[in-house]
Design a protein around this ligand. Sequence first.
Ligand SMILES: [Zn+2]
Ligand SMILES: [Zn+2]
Length: 245
Amino acid sequence: MLLSSFKQVLEVALYVLLPRTCYACRRDLPLGAAGPLCQDCQAAVQHIGLRYCVSCGKPLPDGGAHCARCRREKKRSRKCALLRSAVVFGPQVRAVVHAFKYADQSYLASCLAQCMAQYWTAYPELARGQLLVPVPLHSRKLKARGYNQSELLARSLGKQLHLPVNTSCLVRVRNTPSQTTFGREGRLQNMLGAFAVTEPQLIKGKTLVLIDDVATTGATLEGCAAALRAAGAKEVMAYTLAREI
Ligand SMILES: [Zn+2]
Ligand SMILES: [Zn+2]
C-alpha cells in the first residue's frame, strides 16, 4: 500500500520534471498515458482494414483477391506464402519506429508488439504459425546498433501470443548494400543468398512466421523464406508491424 502510493508520488514528480511527449507531434502526453502517441496521432494511424491482397497483404480499398503486382507475378513461385501487417507505415508510425531503432527500445518494443498482437487475430491464416522467427541483422550491423529491433518485437509478441520464438536458426551471411536505390527486382536479387539456416533441425516440417518491423517490397522476407524453405520449413509466412504502401 505504502509502496504503491510512493510509486504514484514518484510518477507525478517525474511527470512534472520530465513530461513524456508524443513521438510524432512532440506535444506533452497526459499523465498516465499508456502509449507513445497522443490521442490525435493515435487516431491518425491507419489499419490495413478488411480488404487486402491475399498474397502480399497490401490494402485493396476497391476489393479483389490480389493486387496488380501479385496478379502479374502469380506464376513466380513464392517462398514466403503470405505477408500480413498490423498498420500502414504512415508518418506517426514512422516516428515511433524511428525512435524504436535509436531510443527507448524496451518500452517501445512492448507497445509495438502489443499493437501487433491486437491485429494478429484479424488474420486467421496466421494461426497456423508454430514458431516466430525474427528477420536477422548482419553481425556487423548488430554490433553497431547493439540490438536487433525485429528480435525485440518477436520476443515481446511471442510472450503475448504464447508462441515460441527462435532467434538463432536464421542468420544473415551477407551484409547487403542499402536497398533504397534498387527496384523490386533488384532487391529480390540482392537478397538471394543473403541468409542461411544454422540449425535446420529446429525448423524442419514447421510452419514459421517471420517477424519484422516494416515491410517495403517484401524482398528481405522473400530472401529469408527462401533460406528457411530450402532448409526444410513446411511453410513460411510473414507478419510485420507496418506496411509501406
Ligand atoms: Zn501526437
Ligand atoms: Zn499483392
